[in-house]
Design a protein around this ligand. Structure first.
Ligand code: N01
Length: 541
């Protein structure tokens, strides 16, 4: 048995959450180590290197706000930053704040167990290292556990296959190849136009069409950059209060309260503007089916106007979920790509994929000869990475047992029975429904505040109470049920993973409202958490 190294805090993951957490822990004077499975920093932006990978939150907003110097000095080259640029930014932050010396790379955590008697976590890594820490922060990301369909014959394919979420670092040259892309989610919608410009032929295997809005990406306009940099504190403050954590124009008017011509004008102007602000065209798009249908219908009209073959256009038109209830996609030339001679769309809803063969792929209807396969088949989102580790709380209870019927947390930050285990942007928080960096900063700041509180009062353990957790889960479900979100077979609902409990995982109450709740909880001495220490014992329920 290796001897445990001791720290006050162990952080798992060196993406944007882990990097900022480490920075804050240093500020508190707490000893900390970050364990990262990848060879470098960046998390999701380290792994997702597929062609066309880009953020769908504008770069001026998808960035840290905690350092005025950092936000002034860093220059984004495009309206929506590409993966390589975001990864450079993560590296810049790691160097600028001298974070690397406390990060262990190529270190995958396999288990974390809470020792009741010592009130400490023991974290073990694949390489056999053992870390003992008072607190454990899971900064493991929400979309970090890739999902491969279990097609028969997967290993028999003679060509190369790739998953968008585990893309080779050296890149892939598709020149002259016949490429099959499986999936039409955000990743595929970004990758397909880029692959199609290089490959001999691309066959897109689509099971469910998605709604996608053009990004209208462009080089950064200096004036625009200056308008943000000159007003960053106010704009960041505004973004923190928005439902999505993004500062963009929100029209609160219900969609059916205005006439058809005005509705169309609003949709057209947002279609021209580009990006996810499309969903803020009216106040009730995510609440009212009829309102939602007006937006969905507009997008279907745009698809039909773009794609020249009417049969292909029809196949690309989503009908089985309200717009926005699956993550809305943002693209560059996605629908236009289906007008290319070298791109074929195959409907695998009517004729499902039956097997991967040595030559390519077979559906219920036909065989396809392919040289390369791209799986854009998504992730076991929000819980997959946490449950892949053997996490045990009080009395040896595993997180898998605790979350058997779906994830339950208090504020998405902690789960009862697992003292001193913090989740960053966990299920039950706005998380994937928001600008992730805004939510990450909010969570990390809150956790840092809680740790400072504990430090000042000699508190050893902090744990969500079962009652507070149950109330939060009930509130989260109730808010979700008021929306159209539960109607979609989405990864938000866990539907994409066979056997996964189907519950709406993120908190839909909005980033601003959620922040106020978290702040109020802290201001009331961490209401709903049990704080216990050797010197002090405070029941703050
Ligand atoms: O994954 P997805 P993703 N046979 O789960 C299909 C974020 N993100 O990697 O819908 C056939 O959305 C599946 O079909 P269906 C963003 O939050 C952000 O694209 O299940 N098809 C679906 O089409 C996003 O939502 C950005 O019927 C199968 C696809 O694979 C999240 O990551 C960019 C199949 C999976 O889509 C995940 O996106 C990229 C099967 N057996 C990602 N199994 C930006 O910021 C699965 N599929 C822009």
């Amino acid at each position: 048995m290796s001897k445990a190294e001791e720290f006050e805090v162990v952080v798992v993951g060196a993406g944007f959450a882990g990097l900022y957490m480490l920075h804050r822990l240093r500020g508190l004077g707490l000893s900390a180590v970050v364990l990262e499975a990848g060879e470098d920093v960046g998390g999701t932006w380290y792994w997702n290197r597929y062609p066309g990978a880009r953020c769908d939150v504008e770069s001026m907003q998808y960035s840290y706000s905690f350092s005025e110097e950092l936000q002034q000095e860093w220059r984004w080259s495009e309206r929506f930053a590409s993966q390589p640029e975001i990864l450079r930014y993560a590296n810049h932050v790691a160097d600028r704040f001298d974070l690397r010396r406390d990060i262990r790379f190529s270190t995958r955590v396999v288990s974390a167990a809470f020792d009741d008697a010592a009130a400490r976590w023991t974290v073990r890594t694949e390489g056999g290292a053992v870390i003992s820490a008072r607190h454990c922060v899971m900064a493991t990301g929400c979309l970090s556990n890739t999902r491969m369909p279990d097609f028969p014959g997967l290993g028999s394919f003679h060509g190369k296959s790739y998953h968008t979420g585990q893309w080779p670092h050296e890149g892939v040259d598709f020149t002259g190849l016949r490429v099959g892309v499986i999936g039409t989610g955000s990743s595929a919608i970004q990758a397909i136009p880029v692959i199609a410009r290089q490959a001999r032929h691309v066959t897109v295997f689509q099971r469910t069409p998605n709604f996608s809005i053009p990004s209208r990406n462009r080089a950064m306009d200096e004036e625009y950059e200056h308008s943000w940099k000159g007003d960053y504190p106010a704009r960041r403050a505004k973004a923190r209060q928005m439902r999505t954590g993004i500062d963009y124009p929100v029209n609160p008017t219900p969609a059916l309260e205005v006439g058809e011509a005005e509705r169309r004008r609003e949709y057209e102007s947002r279609w021209e503007r580009g990006g996810t602000a499309f969903m803020a065209a009216f106040g009730d798009l995510i609440l009212d089916e009829k309102a939602n249908e007006t937006a969905a219908d507009f997008v279907r009209g745009q698809i039909r106007a773009t794609v020249s073959d009417p049969a292909v256009a029809e196949l690309l038109c989503p009908h089985n979920h309200p717009i926005g209830t699956k993550r809305i996609c943002v693209d560059t030339d996605y629908y236009e790509t289906f007008n290319r001679e070298n791109v074929t769309l195959v409907d695998v809803r009517s004729a499902p994929i039956e097997a991967v063969t040595p030559e390519g792929l077979r559906t219920a209807e036909a065989g396809y000869k392919l040289d390369a396969l791209v799986f854009a088949t998504g992730f076991d989102a929000m819980t997959g990475t946490l449950l892949a580790m053997d996490i045990r709380g009080r009395d040896g209870l595993t997180l898998g047992e605790k979350w058997e019927a779906g994830p339950v947390t208090y504020l998405g930050l902690m789960t009862a029975g697992f003292p001193n285990l913090f989740l960053v942007t966990g299920p039950g928080s706005p998380s994937v429904l928001s600008n992730m960096i805004v939510s990450i900063e909010q969570h990390v700041d809150w956790i840092a505040g809680a740790l400072a509180h504990a430090q000042a009062r000699g508190i050893e353990t902090m744990e969500a109470t079962a009652e507070a957790e149950a109330q939060w889960v009930e509130h989260g479900n109730e808010v979700a049920q008021r929306t159209l979100y539960p109607r979609a077979n989405s990864w938000y609902m866990g539907v994409n993973v066979p056997g996964k409990p189907q519950v709406f995982m993120p908190y839909i109450g909005g980033v601003g409202a959620y922040r106020e709740i978290c702040d109020a909880v802290a201001a009331k001495g961490y209401e709903g958490f049990r704080l216990e220490g050797r010197r002090v014992s405070v029941a703050a329920e």
